[in-house]
Design a protein around this ligand. Sequence first.
Ligand code: 5CA
Length: 440
Amino acid sequence: MRLSRYFMPILKEPPREAEIVSHRLMLRAGMMRQEAAGIYAFLPLGLRVLNKICAIVREEQNRSGAIELLMPTMQPADLWRESGRYDAYGKEMLRIKDRHERDMLFGPTNEEMITEIFRAYVRSYKDLPLNLYHIQWKFRDEVRPRFGLMRGREFLMKDAYSFDVDQAGAEHSYNKMFVAYLRTFARLGLKSIPMRADTGPIGGNLSHEFIILADTGESEVFCHKDFLDRATPPEDVDFDDRAALKTIFDTWTSQYAATSDMHDAAAFAAVPADKQVSARGIEVGHIFYFGTKYSEPMKAIVATGQGGDVPVHMGSYGIGPSRLVAAIIEASHDDAGIIWPEAVAPFQVAVLNLKQGDAATGAACEELYRGLGAKGIDVLYDDTDKGAGAKFATADLIGIPYQVMVGPRGLAEGKVEVKNRKTGSKELMSPAAALDLLTR
Ligand code: 5CA
């Protein structure tokens, strides 16, 4: 992408309304724009990051055996009357009447709709287990939308729903998501800690929130320090191996970790003092097992194969990709701007022409831009007529992992400079060597 032809409206002044660093940096970097309280347009740079996050989320959901579909944002109120949540959900639900005066709502979550889809087609244990997910916009009329994408009113959610014939099956389904979540967040460059949590309006009595530690987090959390050094389950983990997944689940839940809602001060006091972490955290995912809470009233019934019918056992599993954009920035930035982990960076490499209009730097930049692009690297080529200082500042602000600086002086000696945004290290090398390094 040539910056001169891109749409990336960088703000010079730090925006006043933003209270936390991720919100500030996203506005400054031209990643998003507020359209109403808690409602944002994703601008091109922000959308690139969101799409990369969703791609990783999808890969790990698919790997675990979950199947993608897409449900609508609008839902008929009657579905929610069946489960009893239409009245219970309260003011967070945006209620709308269509032209025929039918009660509709903008979905805050999809348990009812997926149960309706399930019951229309599935009758037998033979079709189970099943896990269906989608990535779709949600609306919750939060009392206090704040911190940009962190607590929005309209936000993106990956929500998965599992169906099993009995509780043992449902626990295995829960463990699959538990392991998929550990892998997903690790791939996003985050250390996530599963914590026992309150189930709120989703219901059930087993749930874990996946929390990343950050000073600006909304939740108060308590955990054992060893969580921060645990190894992520490997890529080839066998999701059908019940015992193996149970072992991972048991290991990851054997030590103390809870949000303030579920905090047990006495149990926490038993953690050795030098291992106690009391901090703030951001909830990036939340998984629930709620048994037959929806299947019973909504009559999602399956044959057990042993001469009976039972309401299906269900769980639901959420990740907030739009919140993750902000959470990753909270976890990875410095005074100059964002430091994207390579896996989600909007562009992997920035090529900076330090003297626009100079024939030699122009030719070298073009060659690098084409060479990197030909190898499948996402490159942002700063070919604007800004000065070198402004180009450095922009590249640092938007957090591209590698910057290749092409200036007339270096080029006269056959060299360009490659900077690593995270470490700050800089190295002079030939354009060919830079190409080689960055496509390795
Ligand atoms: N149905 C269940 C699981 S699919 C559910 O709705 N769970 S939830 O309420 O915990 O939300 C799932 C995830 O969505 C959260 O972990 C969080 O990452 C994200 N999320 C929830 N509310 C917001 C919000 N207001 N703004 C941004 N992300 C949010």
